[in-house]
Design a binder for this molecule. Structure first.
Ligand SMILES: [Fe+2]
Length: 350
């Protein structure tokens, strides 16, 4: 039978792939938009006022940013070492799409990709130039130098779709990884998946089942309890698969952004450490907006990995990467579970 041998929860955003100086390229956009924070929305200036007294000015000096950047890179290196030492045969990635694959004209809540392969490739100069500052500079991490086809897992995908149909899940199914189209924000592999391929697997890609959740876009984002149930279903399907393969599970995205909420992030990390199903199922959906919504993928991974009895591990690092006194930025988190807990070295950078 197939066996889950590795669990990874990791963030994947642009700050992981840009310099501390480049982090600040996102500031003009931060200042322009309104931000979700603790269930309400605020202007940038309102957030500065609200968060006065938290000492955020000290967190955004170049020195502080440089230390956090180093912590991030060390954590990613640790993820890559764990991946290389465990050497799974294949993986399931709970990830999301940001208009790379899925358009608003037909936007499923959950899509199971059952194609034989999926592709990634470099962006054209024209496409690259059209990306927002601070995003453009991070794209190296999500793109191979040449177009490449990665192996999918059609058999496991169809098992998931079929078992789902027998148990209350009507997944959207796709075997088409779209070619470049003008209305797509990007093309190729969404960064939620590509970051793992490039920076964790280091391009040593194993057959991969992408499960694409619409975390970002109203009106049909999932509920936390449903994501947890999705994870449980994936655990069941993997464990019923009569195939002697060692499987890795990834939850990709988050943590809180574009306004960092350390209290919420730390509660989530603790809930994973304690296998706290009640917390996971009952996360307040009003918090799960903007980039924070990618934590739906963490909840799905938790739903799967909490069912394992022989995996253990813990936090590699938690790094709240602020870039303004409004608390904008992205909180980075990295957790691994393995059979030997070889990945666990707890250190909190804050
Ligand atoms: Fe993302």
């Amino acid at each position: 039978m197939a066996k889950i041998v590795l669990g990874v929860w990791t963030t994947h955003g642009p700050q992981l792939n840009t310099t501390p100086e480049q982090w600040m390229l996102r500031l003009p956009a931060d200042r322009r938009r309104r931000h979700a924070y603790k269930g309400k929305t605020y202007s940038f200036d309102e957030l500065v006022e609200l968060r006065r007294g938290e000492g955020l000015a000290e967190q955004i000096t170049l020195e502080a940013r440089t230390a956090k950047h180093a912590a991030n890179q060390a954590a990613i290196d640790q993820l890559a070492r764990v991946w290389a030492s465990v050497r799974p045969d294949c993986c399931v990635i709970f990830g999301n799409d940001q208009r790379e694959l899925v358009l608003a004209s037909m936007q499923p809540c959950f899509t199971v990709y059952h194609g034989d392969t999926f592709w990634n490739g470099p962006l054209s100069e024209q496409r690259l130039a059209g990306l927002a500052p601070g995003i453009r500079e991070s794209e190296w991490a999500n793109r191979p130098e040449q177009r490449v086809d990665y192996p999918g897992m059609p058999e496991l995908a169809r098992r998931l779709i079929s078992t789902g149909l027998d148990s209350g899940w009507d997944f959207a199914a796709s075997d088409c990884w779209p070619e470049l189209a003008p209305e797509h924000h990007h093309d190729g592999t969404p960064h939620s998946f590509a970051f793992l391929v490039r920076r964790v697997m280091r391009d040593h890609v194993v057959p991969t089942l992408p499960i694409i959740t619409n975390t970002f876009f109203p009106p049909n984002q999932p509920r936390p309890w449903r994501c947890f149930e999705l994870g449980k279903l994936v655990h069941r399907v993997v464990n019923e698969w009569d195939n002697d393969l060692r499987v890795a599970i990834f939850g990709s995205g988050g943590m809180t952004h574009f306004v960092i909420n350390e209290e919420f992030d730390r509660h989530l990390i603790t809930a994973i450490e304690k296998r706290d199903e009640v917390f996971m199922r009952s996360v307040d959906p009003s918090y799960m907006v903007d980039g924070t919504s990618e934590l739906f993928n963490w909840i799905s991974a938790a739903g799967c990995l909490f069912q394992t009895t022989d995996l253990a591990g813990g936090l590699i690092d938690y790094v709240p990467c602020y870039r303004s006194e409004a608390g904008t930025g992205t909180a980075q988190g990295f957790i691994t579970w393995t059979k030997t807990a070889q990945s666990s070295f707890v250190s909190i950078s804050s």
